[in-house]
Ligand binder design. Structure first.
Ligand SMILES: [Zn+2]
Length: 235
C-alpha cells in the first residue's frame, strides 16, 4: 500500500466518508458520491437537445453559442445537498471532481468542441474572504482537466450583491446589473476566442447574463457558451 493510500484509509477511519446524497458510507474506491447515487443523478441531457430550456432562458439577450447544465436541482431533493456541500460546507474539491466527471460524460455530445478557455463566475472579494474559496473556480478547474483548456479569470465582481434567494427574475436582473466587469489584464488576446462561462447553478440566468454582458462589452468579437453543474427547476 502506498503512503498516500495508507493515509487515506487512516483518514477514513478517523473521519468516515459518506455519500453526499444518501449519506451511506463510501467504499474505498468511491469519491464523494456512492456508485448508485452517481448513476441515478437526475441528468438534464441538455447538451443533446437543440434549443434546450437553458438556451431558451438566455435567448434574445446576449448572443450565446450554447448552454448546458449537468443535473436538475430541486430545493428539497436529496441531490440538492451536492450544491450545498460544494458551496457552504467547505467541499469545493467535490465540485471539481463532479465537474470533471460531467465534462467527460458530455464529451460525446461535442458540447465542449472549440472552447478555447474556461471562465468562472467570480465572487466578490468580501464573499471570497468569508467563504474562503470560489466554488465556480473549482468547477472550472474540473472541466479544464477534462477538456484540456485553460482557466482564465476574465471576469471580476466589482460590486457586492445582496442574496438572490428571495428575489424574483426581474429583481435578480436589477440586482446583478453592474456587478461584473471584464478583467482588462486577463482579456487581452481573447478577441474571436470561444469562452465557456461556468457557474454552479442556473436559476433565472441573471448572473450568467450579467457576466456574458460584461465580456461582450469588453471583447465584442468573443464567442460565449455557458455551463452550470446544476439547473434549478422552478415551480
Ligand atoms: Zn449515495
Amino acid at each position: 500500500m502506498k503512503i498516500k493510500e495508507l493515509l487515506a484509509s487512516a483518514a477514513s477511519v478517523l473521519m468516515p466518508r459518506n455519500c453526499s446524497v444518501c449519506g451511506k458510507p463510501l467504499d474505498s474506491d468511491e469519491h464523494y458520491l456512492c456508485r448508485s447515487c452517481l448513476m441515478d443523478i437526475p441528468r438534464t441531457h441538455y447538451e443533446d437537445i437543440n434549443f434546450n430550456p437553458f438556451d431558451q432562458l438566455m435567448a434574445g439577450k446576449v448572443p450565446i453559442e450554447r448552454c448546458a447544465g449537468y443535473f436538475f436541482y430541486q430545493k428539497n431533493d436529496p441531490y440538492a445537498s451536492i450544491l450545498h456541500d460544494i458551496k457552504y460546507h467547505n467541499m469545493p474539491t467535490m465540485g471539481r471532481w463532479l465537474a470533471e466527471r460531467a465534462a467527460q460524460d458530455m464529451l460525446p455530445s461535442h458540447f465542449f468542441d472549440g472552447i478555447d478557455a474556461i471562465v468562472p463566475v467570480p465572487l466578490h472579494y468580501t464573499k471570497l474572504a468569508s467563504r474562503g474559496y470560489n466554488q465556480s473556480q473549482y468547477l472550472a478547474q474540473g472541466i479544464a482537466r477534462a477538456i484540456n483548456a485553460p482557466v482564465i479569470k476574465a471576469i471580476k465582481a466589482v460590486r457586492e450583491h445582496s442574496t438572490q434567494t428571495h428575489k424574483d427574475a426581474a429583481e435578480r436582473l436589477l440586482n446583478t446589473q453592474g456587478m461584473y466587469a471584464a478583467s482588462r489584464r486577463h482579456c487581452r488576446d481573447l478577441d474571436s476566442k470561444h469562452l465557456l462561462i461556468v457557474d454552479d447553478v442556473v436559476t433565472t440566468g441573471s448572473t450568467l447574463l450579467a457576466c456574458a454582458t460584461a465580456l461582450k462589452d469588453a471583447i465584442p468579437g468573443v464567442k460565449l457558451s455557458l455551463f452550470t453543474l446544476a439547473v434549478a427547476q422552478l415551480d
